[in-house]
Design a protein around this ligand. Structure first.
Ligand code: ADP
Length: 233
């Protein structure tokens, strides 16, 4: 479904990605692992059209997205939960959820407020509160709910549980697992390799803008020691 090949990206004169290849298949949960500063967010931003790549190709469901603006990526069915959540602080929870909602790329429109509230009962309780009044964990739930309301064919999460309390993290992992069971395709960035090994099908390890390893969860477990220095665990 997502095909990224030879992706290169720079900030000014500083090149950050040196030819990233990765793919996500229909219904797959795939991770992008690596220590801080290795280029994970840059990869996601280049896929989403938030940063114009220097070279390489991004294709999604047979559609050419390379260098196209972010609204086209969204329309094609890419739903981003950005690093730092970036919810609208001056809108209520409910308004945040409906502000960018749409029926999705194939127009089936399966996600509704009711379904998001069933997934995150806490958001229902707080539906009339301002985004700014939520805890970090609630904001992350809101960011996930908001992305789901666009009915994405592929959900991308940049730092899924960064900075969240252990119980909230567990809740987020549980939600991702239930989404996976429902057939949702997901590309996820996080540092929690242990949780990701349980949830994800395949993994990519990024080191200084290059994919240095890829494999299944079983392979990741088998090669854990060798990979530890790339993962910073
Ligand atoms: P990761 O997500 O793996 O932590 P990033 O993609 O955020 O890594 O960053 C990769 C590199 O690009 C880092 O060296 C970072 O300092 C640099 N970088 C990230 N964003 C910018 C920016 N807006 N301007 C300049 N350099 C940046």
């Amino acid at each position: 479904m997502l095909e990224v090949s030879g992706l290169q990206a720079s900030y000014g004169a500083g090149q950050v990605l040196f030819g990233v290849d990765l793919r996500v298949g229909e219904g797959e949960v795939v991770t992008l692992l690596g220590r801080n500063g290795m280029g994970k967010t840059t990869t996601v931003n280049a896929i989403m059209g938030l940063l114009a790549p220097k070279a390489g190709r991004v294709a999604f469901c047979g559609r050419e997205l390379t260098g196209r603006p972010a609204h086209e990526a969204a329309r094609a069915g890419l739903g981003l939960v950005p690093e730092g959540r970036q919810i609208f602080p001056n809108l209520t929870v409910r308004e945040n959820l409906v502000a960018t909602a749409n029926g999705g790329a194939d127009g089936r429109g399966a996600w509704t407020l009711e379904r998001v509230f069933a997934l995150f009962p806490r958001l229902q309780e707080r539906q009339d509160q301002m985004g700014s009044s939520l805890s970090g964990g609630e904001q992350q739930m809101l960011a996930i709910g908001r992305a789901l309301m666009t009915n994405p064919r592929l959900l991308l999460l940049d730092e899924a549980t960064e900075g969240l309390a252990p119980l909230i993290r567990k809740e987020i992992w549980q939600v991702l697992l239930s989404l996976k069971r429902a057939g949702q395709s997901i590309l996820v960035i996080d540092k929690n390799v242990k949780a990701l090994k349980r949830i994800a099908d395949r993994h990519y390890v990024l080191e200084k803008g290059r994919i240095v390893w890829q494999g299944s969860s079983a392979e990741l477990e088998a090669e854990r020691e060798r990979l530890e220095r790339h993962l910073g665990v």
